[in-house]
Design a protein around this ligand. Sequence first.
Ligand code: F6P
Length: 321
Amino acid sequence: MKRIGVMTSGGDAPGMNAAIRAVVRCGIARGMEVYGIRRGYEGLIDNEIVRLYLSDAGGIMHRGGTFLGTARSERFRTEEGQNRAKDVLNMYGIEGLVVIGGNGSLTGAIALSDRGIKVMGLPGTIDNDLSYTDFSIGFDTAVNTCLDAISKIRDTSSSHDRNTVIEVMGRECGDIAIYAGMTGGAEMVLVPEMDYDIDDVVAKVMSGIRRGKTHSIIIKAEGSKGTTREITDKIQELTGRETREVVLSYLQRGGSPTAKDRMIATLTGAKAVELLDENSESMAIGIRDNRIAAYPLREALEMPKRNNFEAVKDLVDVLSK
Ligand code: F6P
């Protein structure tokens, strides 16, 4: 395989640049021509493709975001858009494509794979919502950003005897909330995957107050039941203690990637190029049980997510006594 493409798609994630760098440099080292596709599937449909050289991958690894740009493409959801994307790749003679993105982006890649393009999917999302990999590129950085915010919010919350409900990202996946909540010493973590009763949240805060706690921190994933405003108001009303709401939002998506994210990005990027060079079938590459692992693309995206939220919830409860 002589010509390969690389793109980032969906929400950006710290470490995407490190993955692009690995693809460009490993590809060129194997004698390939590497092409960068701008703005994900949108840019592919619109023929926004540039040849990438060794120097293009310089000075980007430490930067958050993605220098290729990214987008959520409605057009690529249609058959017409998918055919057009494939035609553009054929026009350039690009036989293999590395797609760096989350669940939606890698599921979209199946459409190209079905049209004869060899696609290697890398897990690029802060959400960690891909089942086939233990960790995705950007997740560790996002969790550490949340942790830093929680620590700062704790300083002021304890000084003022306030409770705080901190909303973190994750529309369908509670991993950021769980990791940030557990490591940030939260009183409770609310995730989309599990229902909860607001009375239990209030009871937890009240039991802390009775034991002399000056503040409680509740971490709420954005996709969990109810709005952050509603929960905040309810806690304030029923505990009689001032309660504030903080939505971390896009802060979590920016910033220089941690060593862990750079490592996952680099190793999965290198593996993607290796597999393309071997003319492998389309695969999704990730990290499983501390090793780089690759699975057939469709199979990877159909795997059920491994989680143990019940046990985690109980542990958070015990640890925050
Ligand atoms: O997929 C990553 C993510 O940051 C989610 O956690 C969040 O729900 C969503 O993207 C926000 O997307 P947008 O950039 O379209 O606002």
